[in-house]
Design a protein around this ligand. Structure first.
Ligand SMILES: *Cc1c(COP(=O)(O)O)cnc(C)c1O
Length: 365
Protein backbone atom coordinates (compact mmCIF):
# COMPACT_ATOMS: atom_id res chain seq x y z
CA UNK A 1 0.00 0.00 0.00
CA UNK A 2 1.05 3.58 -0.36
CA UNK A 3 0.33 6.98 1.06
CA UNK A 4 -1.03 8.36 -2.22
CA UNK A 5 -4.34 9.97 -3.04
CA UNK A 6 -6.22 6.73 -3.59
CA UNK A 7 -6.00 3.23 -2.16
CA UNK A 8 -7.21 -0.25 -3.10
CA UNK A 9 -9.53 -1.61 -0.40
CA UNK A 10 -9.07 -5.18 0.87
CA UNK A 11 -12.58 -6.59 1.13
CA UNK A 12 -13.30 -9.25 3.77
CA UNK A 13 -17.06 -9.95 3.73
CA UNK A 14 -18.76 -10.69 7.04
CA UNK A 15 -18.68 -14.49 7.56
CA UNK A 16 -22.12 -14.46 9.22
CA UNK A 17 -24.12 -11.39 8.16
CA UNK A 18 -27.60 -10.68 9.47
CA UNK A 19 -30.18 -12.82 7.65
CA UNK A 20 -32.56 -11.26 5.13
CA UNK A 21 -35.49 -11.85 7.51
CA UNK A 22 -33.74 -10.21 10.49
CA UNK A 23 -32.67 -7.30 8.30
CA UNK A 24 -36.23 -6.77 7.03
CA UNK A 25 -37.43 -6.68 10.66
CA UNK A 26 -34.76 -4.11 11.58
CA UNK A 27 -35.54 -1.98 8.53
CA UNK A 28 -39.26 -1.90 9.32
CA UNK A 29 -38.77 0.78 11.97
CA UNK A 30 -35.08 1.70 12.24
CA UNK A 31 -35.46 5.04 14.08
CA UNK A 32 -32.27 7.11 13.99
CA UNK A 33 -28.76 5.83 14.82
CA UNK A 34 -29.79 2.62 16.55
CA UNK A 35 -29.42 0.01 13.80
CA UNK A 36 -26.10 -0.61 12.04
CA UNK A 37 -25.12 -2.51 8.92
CA UNK A 38 -22.91 -5.62 8.74
CA UNK A 39 -19.70 -3.93 7.64
CA UNK A 40 -17.34 -1.03 8.28
CA UNK A 41 -14.48 0.57 6.38
CA UNK A 42 -11.16 1.37 8.06
CA UNK A 43 -8.04 3.13 6.79
CA UNK A 44 -4.95 3.75 8.88
CA UNK A 45 -2.54 6.66 8.89
CA UNK A 46 0.96 6.88 10.34
CA UNK A 47 3.51 9.65 10.06
CA UNK A 48 6.13 8.64 7.52
CA UNK A 49 3.89 5.94 6.05
CA UNK A 50 0.82 7.94 5.06
CA UNK A 51 -2.60 6.39 4.44
CA UNK A 52 -2.51 2.59 4.32
CA UNK A 53 -4.30 -0.65 5.19
CA UNK A 54 -7.68 0.23 3.62
CA UNK A 55 -10.16 -2.48 4.55
CA UNK A 56 -13.83 -3.38 4.28
CA UNK A 57 -14.70 -5.90 6.97
CA UNK A 58 -17.28 -7.05 9.51
CA UNK A 59 -18.39 -4.22 11.78
CA UNK A 60 -16.86 -5.08 15.13
CA UNK A 61 -15.48 -3.46 18.30
CA UNK A 62 -12.18 -1.67 17.73
CA UNK A 63 -9.49 -2.88 20.15
CA UNK A 64 -8.04 0.17 21.85
CA UNK A 65 -5.14 0.68 24.22
CA UNK A 66 -6.17 2.70 27.30
CA UNK A 67 -3.39 5.16 26.43
CA UNK A 68 -4.80 5.82 22.93
CA UNK A 69 -4.45 9.56 22.44
CA UNK A 70 -8.12 10.19 21.54
CA UNK A 71 -9.23 8.99 24.98
CA UNK A 72 -7.19 11.73 26.65
CA UNK A 73 -6.87 14.67 24.27
CA UNK A 74 -9.96 14.19 22.10
CA UNK A 75 -8.52 14.45 18.59
CA UNK A 76 -11.67 13.22 16.85
CA UNK A 77 -13.70 14.49 13.87
CA UNK A 78 -16.68 13.15 11.96
CA UNK A 79 -19.05 13.65 9.03
CA UNK A 80 -22.64 12.71 8.34
CA UNK A 81 -24.41 12.17 5.01
CA UNK A 82 -27.16 10.02 3.58
CA UNK A 83 -27.35 7.45 0.78
CA UNK A 84 -30.74 7.54 -0.96
CA UNK A 85 -32.43 4.73 -2.91
CA UNK A 86 -33.41 5.62 -6.48
CA UNK A 87 -36.59 4.50 -8.24
CA UNK A 88 -34.60 2.16 -10.50
CA UNK A 89 -32.83 0.34 -7.66
CA UNK A 90 -29.69 2.50 -7.61
CA UNK A 91 -28.10 4.59 -4.88
CA UNK A 92 -27.21 8.29 -4.76
CA UNK A 93 -25.32 10.61 -2.42
CA UNK A 94 -25.94 14.33 -1.99
CA UNK A 95 -22.82 16.52 -2.46
CA UNK A 96 -20.38 13.99 -0.93
CA UNK A 97 -17.40 16.05 -2.22
CA UNK A 98 -18.52 18.83 0.12
CA UNK A 99 -18.37 16.41 3.05
CA UNK A 100 -14.92 15.25 1.91
CA UNK A 101 -13.65 18.83 1.83
CA UNK A 102 -15.20 19.71 5.19
CA UNK A 103 -13.59 16.59 6.69
CA UNK A 104 -10.24 18.02 5.55
CA UNK A 105 -11.02 21.41 7.08
CA UNK A 106 -11.98 19.74 10.36
CA UNK A 107 -8.80 17.64 10.28
CA UNK A 108 -6.60 20.67 9.67
CA UNK A 109 -8.14 22.54 12.62
CA UNK A 110 -7.56 19.57 14.92
CA UNK A 111 -3.93 19.11 13.75
CA UNK A 112 -4.88 15.80 12.11
CA UNK A 113 -3.82 14.55 8.66
CA UNK A 114 -6.16 15.44 5.78
CA UNK A 115 -7.74 12.39 4.16
CA UNK A 116 -7.52 12.71 0.36
CA UNK A 117 -10.94 13.38 -1.16
CA UNK A 118 -10.76 10.29 -3.38
CA UNK A 119 -10.17 7.95 -0.43
CA UNK A 120 -13.10 9.55 1.42
CA UNK A 121 -15.41 9.09 -1.60
CA UNK A 122 -14.19 5.56 -2.32
CA UNK A 123 -14.72 4.56 1.32
CA UNK A 124 -18.40 5.51 1.02
CA UNK A 125 -18.84 3.64 -2.25
CA UNK A 126 -17.16 0.53 -0.79
CA UNK A 127 -19.51 0.45 2.20
CA UNK A 128 -22.61 1.14 0.10
CA UNK A 129 -21.61 -1.60 -2.35
CA UNK A 130 -21.24 -4.28 0.31
CA UNK A 131 -24.16 -3.13 2.52
CA UNK A 132 -26.55 -1.92 -0.21
CA UNK A 133 -29.27 -4.28 1.03
CA UNK A 134 -29.45 -2.14 4.18
CA UNK A 135 -30.77 0.93 2.38
CA UNK A 136 -34.42 1.32 3.43
CA UNK A 137 -36.72 1.38 0.40
CA UNK A 138 -39.66 2.79 2.37
CA UNK A 139 -40.80 6.38 1.77
CA UNK A 140 -38.43 8.85 3.44
CA UNK A 141 -35.84 6.21 4.39
CA UNK A 142 -32.08 6.44 3.78
CA UNK A 143 -28.76 4.98 4.88
CA UNK A 144 -26.96 7.44 7.16
CA UNK A 145 -23.19 7.27 6.65
CA UNK A 146 -20.87 8.24 9.48
CA UNK A 147 -17.22 8.72 8.47
CA UNK A 148 -15.00 9.58 11.45
CA UNK A 149 -11.34 9.68 12.42
CA UNK A 150 -9.48 9.63 15.72
CA UNK A 151 -5.97 9.68 17.15
CA UNK A 152 -4.98 6.05 17.74
CA UNK A 153 -1.36 6.52 18.78
CA UNK A 154 -0.58 5.07 22.21
CA UNK A 155 1.01 7.88 24.23
CA UNK A 156 0.33 10.45 26.91
CA UNK A 157 1.55 13.90 25.99
CA UNK A 158 0.08 17.02 24.53
CA UNK A 159 1.03 17.08 20.84
CA UNK A 160 -0.67 15.95 17.64
CA UNK A 161 -0.70 12.15 17.46
CA UNK A 162 1.39 10.38 14.82
CA UNK A 163 -1.19 7.62 14.12
CA UNK A 164 -4.89 7.79 13.22
CA UNK A 165 -7.75 5.47 12.36
CA UNK A 166 -10.33 6.58 9.78
CA UNK A 167 -13.54 4.57 9.85
CA UNK A 168 -16.98 4.59 8.19
CA UNK A 169 -20.07 2.94 9.64
CA UNK A 170 -23.62 3.06 8.29
CA UNK A 171 -27.04 3.20 9.92
CA UNK A 172 -30.39 2.76 8.15
CA UNK A 173 -32.76 5.53 9.20
CA UNK A 174 -36.45 6.11 8.71
CA UNK A 175 -38.17 9.36 7.87
CA UNK A 176 -37.11 11.87 10.54
CA UNK A 177 -40.63 13.18 10.96
CA UNK A 178 -42.75 10.04 10.92
CA UNK A 179 -45.80 11.93 12.16
CA UNK A 180 -45.40 14.85 9.72
CA UNK A 181 -43.14 17.90 10.03
CA UNK A 182 -43.73 19.47 13.46
CA UNK A 183 -42.22 22.79 14.60
CA UNK A 184 -39.77 22.54 17.50
CA UNK A 185 -39.27 24.79 20.50
CA UNK A 186 -35.71 25.99 21.07
CA UNK A 187 -33.98 27.09 24.26
CA UNK A 188 -31.68 30.13 24.18
CA UNK A 189 -29.08 29.41 26.84
CA UNK A 190 -27.67 32.37 28.70
CA UNK A 191 -25.03 30.37 30.52
CA UNK A 192 -23.51 28.18 27.82
CA UNK A 193 -21.97 28.90 24.44
CA UNK A 194 -20.96 26.45 21.71
CA UNK A 195 -17.86 27.93 20.11
CA UNK A 196 -15.58 30.87 20.83
CA UNK A 197 -13.67 32.97 18.29
CA UNK A 198 -10.46 31.13 17.48
CA UNK A 199 -11.92 27.89 18.87
CA UNK A 200 -13.12 24.75 17.11
CA UNK A 201 -16.61 25.86 16.04
CA UNK A 202 -15.76 25.50 12.36
CA UNK A 203 -14.63 21.86 12.82
CA UNK A 204 -17.06 18.97 13.00
CA UNK A 205 -15.38 17.49 16.06
CA UNK A 206 -16.82 15.36 18.83
CA UNK A 207 -15.57 17.82 21.43
CA UNK A 208 -18.00 20.51 20.26
CA UNK A 209 -20.84 18.09 20.88
CA UNK A 210 -19.49 17.08 24.29
CA UNK A 211 -19.47 20.78 25.22
CA UNK A 212 -23.07 21.21 24.05
CA UNK A 213 -24.65 18.37 26.02
CA UNK A 214 -25.18 20.26 29.27
CA UNK A 215 -26.91 23.08 27.40
CA UNK A 216 -29.04 20.45 25.65
CA UNK A 217 -29.95 18.97 29.05
CA UNK A 218 -30.92 22.49 30.18
CA UNK A 219 -33.14 22.78 27.09
CA UNK A 220 -34.89 19.49 27.82
CA UNK A 221 -35.41 20.52 31.46
CA UNK A 222 -37.02 23.74 30.17
CA UNK A 223 -39.41 21.68 28.03
CA UNK A 224 -37.60 22.50 24.76
CA UNK A 225 -36.36 20.25 21.95
CA UNK A 226 -33.05 21.91 21.04
CA UNK A 227 -30.64 24.65 22.05
CA UNK A 228 -30.07 27.77 19.99
CA UNK A 229 -26.59 29.06 20.80
CA UNK A 230 -25.72 32.74 21.00
CA UNK A 231 -22.23 34.10 20.33
CA UNK A 232 -19.66 33.37 23.03
CA UNK A 233 -18.41 36.97 23.42
CA UNK A 234 -21.57 39.06 23.94
CA UNK A 235 -24.31 36.39 24.16
CA UNK A 236 -26.11 38.65 21.76
CA UNK A 237 -26.00 37.25 18.24
CA UNK A 238 -27.72 34.07 17.10
CA UNK A 239 -25.28 31.43 15.85
CA UNK A 240 -26.89 28.01 15.32
CA UNK A 241 -28.45 24.99 16.99
CA UNK A 242 -26.32 22.16 18.44
CA UNK A 243 -26.18 20.45 15.04
CA UNK A 244 -28.24 22.60 12.65
CA UNK A 245 -27.92 26.02 11.03
CA UNK A 246 -30.74 28.56 11.31
CA UNK A 247 -32.70 30.76 8.85
CA UNK A 248 -35.16 33.65 9.32
CA UNK A 249 -37.91 34.46 6.80
CA UNK A 250 -39.35 38.01 6.76
CA UNK A 251 -42.69 39.35 5.56
CA UNK A 252 -41.10 40.91 2.45
CA UNK A 253 -39.77 37.47 1.45
CA UNK A 254 -36.18 38.18 2.49
CA UNK A 255 -34.31 35.33 4.13
CA UNK A 256 -31.52 35.96 6.64
CA UNK A 257 -29.00 33.49 8.04
CA UNK A 258 -26.05 34.28 10.34
CA UNK A 259 -22.86 34.79 8.36
CA UNK A 260 -20.03 32.29 8.76
CA UNK A 261 -17.52 34.00 11.00
CA UNK A 262 -15.54 30.96 12.14
CA UNK A 263 -17.72 30.00 15.10
CA UNK A 264 -20.54 28.50 13.02
CA UNK A 265 -20.31 25.10 11.35
CA UNK A 266 -20.66 25.59 7.58
CA UNK A 267 -23.57 23.23 6.91
CA UNK A 268 -23.91 21.72 3.45
CA UNK A 269 -27.69 21.91 3.86
CA UNK A 270 -27.29 25.61 4.77
CA UNK A 271 -25.34 26.30 1.59
CA UNK A 272 -27.83 24.32 -0.53
CA UNK A 273 -30.79 26.20 0.99
CA UNK A 274 -29.15 29.53 0.13
CA UNK A 275 -28.68 28.44 -3.48
CA UNK A 276 -32.26 27.11 -3.79
CA UNK A 277 -33.80 30.20 -2.19
CA UNK A 278 -31.88 32.54 -4.51
CA UNK A 279 -32.84 30.41 -7.47
CA UNK A 280 -36.48 30.79 -6.41
CA UNK A 281 -35.96 34.54 -6.67
CA UNK A 282 -35.61 35.27 -2.96
CA UNK A 283 -33.22 37.74 -1.43
CA UNK A 284 -30.88 35.88 0.95
CA UNK A 285 -28.66 37.84 3.33
CA UNK A 286 -25.82 36.39 5.38
CA UNK A 287 -25.53 38.82 8.26
CA UNK A 288 -25.57 38.96 12.06
CA UNK A 289 -28.97 38.77 13.76
CA UNK A 290 -29.27 39.55 17.44
CA UNK A 291 -31.51 37.71 19.86
CA UNK A 292 -33.26 40.99 20.75
CA UNK A 293 -33.96 41.63 17.08
CA UNK A 294 -35.37 38.12 16.74
CA UNK A 295 -37.74 38.73 19.65
CA UNK A 296 -38.79 42.18 18.41
CA UNK A 297 -39.37 41.00 14.83
CA UNK A 298 -41.40 38.02 16.05
CA UNK A 299 -43.53 40.38 18.19
CA UNK A 300 -44.09 42.87 15.37
CA UNK A 301 -45.03 40.11 12.93
CA UNK A 302 -42.29 41.19 10.50
CA UNK A 303 -40.63 37.83 11.08
CA UNK A 304 -42.84 35.15 9.56
CA UNK A 305 -40.90 31.89 9.75
CA UNK A 306 -37.74 30.47 11.32
CA UNK A 307 -36.25 27.12 10.47
CA UNK A 308 -33.19 25.02 11.23
CA UNK A 309 -31.43 22.79 8.71
CA UNK A 310 -28.98 19.90 8.64
CA UNK A 311 -28.51 16.51 6.98
CA UNK A 312 -30.41 14.46 9.57
CA UNK A 313 -33.73 16.34 9.61
CA UNK A 314 -33.21 18.37 6.37
CA UNK A 315 -35.36 21.38 7.41
CA UNK A 316 -37.13 21.74 10.74
CA UNK A 317 -39.49 24.64 11.49
CA UNK A 318 -38.88 26.50 14.77
CA UNK A 319 -42.22 27.43 16.28
CA UNK A 320 -41.25 28.94 19.63
CA UNK A 321 -38.25 30.22 21.58
CA UNK A 322 -37.83 29.99 25.33
CA UNK A 323 -35.16 31.84 27.31
CA UNK A 324 -34.52 32.57 30.99
CA UNK A 325 -36.83 35.65 30.89
CA UNK A 326 -39.74 34.30 28.92
CA UNK A 327 -40.95 32.88 25.66
CA UNK A 328 -42.14 33.97 22.23
CA UNK A 329 -43.73 32.26 19.25
CA UNK A 330 -43.09 32.51 15.51
CA UNK A 331 -45.83 32.07 12.95
CA UNK A 332 -48.96 30.26 14.02
CA UNK A 333 -47.26 27.12 15.33
CA UNK A 334 -47.58 25.53 11.89
CA UNK A 335 -44.70 25.03 9.43
CA UNK A 336 -44.47 28.18 7.28
CA UNK A 337 -45.01 28.33 3.55
CA UNK A 338 -41.42 29.23 2.62
CA UNK A 339 -40.01 26.64 5.02
CA UNK A 340 -42.23 23.94 3.53
CA UNK A 341 -41.46 24.84 -0.08
CA UNK A 342 -37.67 25.00 0.47
CA UNK A 343 -37.82 21.68 2.26
CA UNK A 344 -39.76 20.13 -0.60
CA UNK A 345 -37.36 21.49 -3.28
CA UNK A 346 -34.36 20.11 -1.44
CA UNK A 347 -35.89 16.71 -0.67
CA UNK A 348 -37.07 16.35 -4.28
CA UNK A 349 -33.52 16.89 -5.59
CA UNK A 350 -32.02 14.57 -2.98
CA UNK A 351 -34.53 11.83 -3.81
CA UNK A 352 -34.21 12.24 -7.58
CA UNK A 353 -37.81 13.46 -7.92
CA UNK A 354 -36.72 16.80 -9.42
CA UNK A 355 -34.01 17.88 -11.89
CA UNK A 356 -30.56 18.51 -10.40
CA UNK A 357 -29.34 21.68 -12.14
CA UNK A 358 -26.41 22.15 -9.73
CA UNK A 359 -24.97 18.65 -10.16
CA UNK A 360 -25.37 17.89 -6.46
CA UNK A 361 -26.49 14.27 -6.76
CA UNK A 362 -23.85 11.55 -7.26
CA UNK A 363 -24.88 8.13 -8.44
CA UNK A 364 -22.73 5.56 -6.60
CA UNK A 365 -24.47 2.27 -7.38
C1 LIG B 1 -23.22 18.88 10.98
C2 LIG B 1 -23.62 20.17 11.59
C3 LIG B 1 -24.51 21.05 10.95
C4 LIG B 1 -25.23 20.72 9.67
O1 LIG B 1 -24.39 20.45 8.61
P1 LIG B 1 -24.96 19.68 7.32
O2 LIG B 1 -23.78 19.59 6.43
O3 LIG B 1 -26.03 20.52 6.77
O4 LIG B 1 -25.46 18.36 7.79
C5 LIG B 1 -24.76 22.27 11.56
N1 LIG B 1 -24.19 22.60 12.74
C6 LIG B 1 -23.35 21.77 13.38
C7 LIG B 1 -22.77 22.20 14.68
C8 LIG B 1 -23.05 20.54 12.83
O5 LIG B 1 -22.22 19.71 13.48
Amino acid sequence: MNGGDSLAFDVHPHPAPVTAAERAALLANPGFGRVFTDHMVTVRYADGKGWHDARVEARAPIPMDPASAVLHYAQEIFEGLKAYPTADGGVTLFRPEANARRFQVSAARMAMPELPEQIFLDSLTELITIDGQWIPQAEGGSLYLRPFMFASEVFLGVRPASEYLYCVIASPVGSYFSGGVKPVTVWASREFSRAAPGGTGVAKCGGNYAASLLAQAEAIAAGCDQVVFLDAVERRYVEELGGMNVFFVYDDGTIVTPELTGTILPGITRESVIVLARQAGRRVLEQPISFDQWRADAASGRLREVFACGTAAVITPIGAVRHPDGEFAIGGGEPGRVTTSLRQSLVDIQRGDAPDPHGWVRRVA
